[in-house]
Design a protein. Structure first.
Length: 317
């Protein structure tokens, strides 16, 4: 178990050093073997990492450089394969254009590296993720899709690409990752758990912002142009999540065609509304919603990314 976190800034606003320090130190409970960070610079990428828990290395961290960066990856390592005393095994792992952090374990890292033609620089199994970018160097979703096709194990991954100036995060079913947007400062955050992000106490117009789980097998890519794009990197997995077609009369939602209402039952646990089993390919995350809550103002909520999906009044259940 390792800890991962980071952010992407869509404008010149940056998190405070206090926020970054808190976020990084909260990750220590998930790994004390080593700690590290990667960040975008005007020249490309910069990386800092060291063996040992972050609580013992706070004074050596280049906080001013990290805090000024438009995007940052943070990591705390719980070592499995590869000794932390060899800093090449610690995260972030990187080339001149790519830096990655990883929570989980790649069980067949030797096979992945051999298939990619990657010459190993370290012992750590996470190097298999870096090898995927040797195969697909221009696109992080394509590299992560290649990884999913060849690797066995668990992963939640953060990726910085210097040339594209992007942050990418993804996970499979074996590792957690949560995201939250801060619309006031135009910051996109992620971390291993909702509790870690919750400690930042992010607010918008006095409302506490709630972290949500990153959908599995989806890659979220934050771009400097001010958008986050989503990419289904394992469509064969997504097919397993669809609700079977039934003879129940269909209804449509305004967002995308082809959504089908399967059942509707009273629901009051989360307030007024009805819990509805839906087959929804959400336009934001492409996740399939099973149990959405349909509210009186005619919207449903995607259970993957919590996106509001508006329903025409005449079609509302």
């Amino acid at each position: 178990m390792c800890g991962i976190a980071g952010y992407f800034a869509f404008n010149t606003t940056r998190p405070t050093v206090e926020e970054l320090s808190l976020l990084w130190q909260l990750l220590e409970a998930r790994g004390q073997s080593a700690h590290g960070a990667a960040w975008l610079t005007t020249a490309g990428l910069d990386v800092y990492k060291a063996p040992g828990p972050i609580s013992r290395g706070l004074d050596a961290i280049p906080w001013s450089c990290i805090q000024a960066a438009p995007s940052v990856l943070l990591h705390t390592r719980a070592a499995t394969k590869g000794t932390p005393s060899d800093n090449r095994n610690n995260h972030p792992l990187h080339t001149t254009d790519v830096a990655i952090i990883h929570n989980g374990v790649i069980l067949n890292d030797e096979h992945v590296c051999d298939t990619a033609g990657w010459i190993r620089q370290a012992e750590v199994d996470s190097e298999a993720i870096l090898a995927a970018f040797a195969v697909e160097s221009e696109s992080s979703p394509k590299a992560l899709k290649w990884l999913g096709q060849h690797a066995r194990g668990s992963w939640a991954v953060g990726v910085l690409m210097a040339k594209a100036r992007t942050l990418t995060i993804t996970r499979n079913a074996g590792a957690p990752c949560y995201i939250v947007e801060d619309p006031t400062r135009e910051l996109f955050w992620f971390a291993s758990t909702a509790d870690i992000l919750g400690q930042l106490q992010l607010q918008w117009h006095g409302l506490r912002l709630k972290p949500r789980p990153l959908p599995t097998y989806m890659a979220y890519v934050a771009h400097p142009e001010g958008q986050v794009t989503t990419h289904n990197i394992m469509p064969e997995k997504s097919k397993l999540l669809t609700v079977p077609t039934t003879s129940t009369p269909a209804w449509t939602v305004r967002r995308t065609p082809g959504h089908t209402k399967v059942t509707t039952t009273p629901y009051s646990h989360e307030g007024p509304g009805r819990r509805t089993t839906l087959s929804i390919a959400c336009a934001r995350c492409n996740g399939t919603t099973y149990h959405a809550v349909v509210y009186p103002d005619h919207h449903a909520v995607c259970s993957w990314c919590l996106e509001r999906i508006f329903i025409p009044k005449e079609d509302s259940p």
